[in-house]
Design a protein around this ligand. Structure first.
Ligand SMILES: [Zn+2]
Length: 79
């Protein structure tokens, strides 16, 4: 039976806040035109997610491997 990794890291970050921030950005800027999401090459400690709006505002957030939900949201923005 496989052992699940301990989830102590959950206490170090708050993915809910990251998601809320990005969702707010998307909601605020989606009316301005297409949002362009991009991400740097994943490194051991994560990657930089950027979402650029047609109005010139860019949302930037460092995404750690502890934030798997953001991968899903990024995929949603890219679609
Ligand atoms: Zn905008």
């Amino acid at each position: 039976m496989a052992q699940e990794a301990p989830r102590l890291s959950q206490s170090l970050v708050n993915p809910a806040n990251l998601l809320t921030d990005l969702e707010e950005f998307v909601e605020d800027h989606r009316p301005h035109g297409p949002l362009v999401a991009d991400a740097t090459e994943p490194a051991w400690n994560g990657y930089l997610l950027t979402v650029t709006c047609g109005c010139g505002v860019t949302f930037e957030r460092w995404v750690t491997p502890l934030d798997p939900e953001l991968d899903l949201l990024r995929a949603a923005v890219l679609n």
